[in-house]
Design a binder for this molecule. Structure first.
Ligand SMILES: [Zn+2]
Length: 83
């Protein structure tokens, strides 16, 4: 379920809750709220950056540069150094 951000529309006073913006966890089929659930002021959806994790290779490169090693298990109690 996506987490969507809303805040009161431009030119509306809103309340402390919707002025700063609030997040709602919604199903994809849910209809977005038209008004603030606390004060009833009209709200608009705010665009937010999607939470995408960096690729695994990026973590390994950083670990390598920081001096860490990666070991791969080849047998019980036996590990092979990857880098
Ligand atoms: Zn409000």
């Amino acid at each position: 379920m996506p987490l969507r951000e809303y805040s009161c529309g431009p030119g509306t006073a809103g309340c402390a809750y919707c002025r700063l913006g609030f997040e709602l966890l919604e199903t994809l089929a849910a209809t977005p709220p038209a008004v603030c659930p606390r004060c009833g002021a009209p709200v608009v959806r705010r665009l937010s950056a999607p939470a995408v994790p960096p690729p695994r290779g990026m973590f390994l490169d950083r670990a390598k540069r920081a001096g860490f090693h990666q070991l791969k298990r080849v047998d019980r109690g036996t590990y092979e150094k990857q880098f």
